[in-house]
Design a binder for this molecule. Structure first.
Ligand SMILES: [Zn+2]
Length: 149
């Protein structure tokens, strides 16, 4: 059975309530998609149960389109509240802020929980260097020959 769960926008703190299945476990709410996760539009009633996706892509404050499908049927409701949690990026910005954020469920593969790839900042740094796995730390003074590409 489904029941209402609330989340908040990591940008501005706008609180959203959705109806979802109780067996799904939350992993995180992030301002960017996790690598390898598949996200559903919360307004797509075909995905209302979220059974075949790994997460939900929200647009902060976005209401369902006027197509005869009510909020109660799509299971999403912006409560009008604003979270004052410490990790809200900009609690003083206009809310809702129309920016995108992502709710990710816990994923399992062969019984093990899948960890997401590093966040987008680290991915960008890695792709800018010649060695994709080279750490971005300081050069070790006692490295072998100090050779770096
Ligand atoms: Zn927002």
């Amino acid at each position: 059975m489904s029941y209402p769960v609330t989340y908040y926008c990591p940008h501005c703190g706008a609180v959203v309530e959705i109806e979802r299945e109780g067996y799904l476990a939350d992993k995180s709410v992030t301002p960017y998609p996790l690598e390898g996760w598949t996200y559903a539009d919360p307004h797509d009633s075909a995905n209302a149960s979220y059974e075949s996706v790994d997460g939900i892509r929200f647009v902060c404050g976005e209401m369902p389109p006027e197509s005869g499908v009510g909020q109660t049927e799509t299971g999403i409701r912006w409560t009008g509240d604003q979270s004052n949690a410490d990790d809200v990026e900009n609690p003083t910005m206009t809310s809702p802020c129309d920016r995108t954020f992502y709710l990710s469920f816990v994923r399992f593969e062969n019984g093990n929980e899948i960890e997401p790839q590093p966040d987008t900042d680290q991915v960008r740094i890695a792709s800018d260097t010649a060695g994709p796995s080279k750490p971005n730390g300081p050069t070790s003074p006692d490295g072998p020959g100090g050779f770096r590409r």
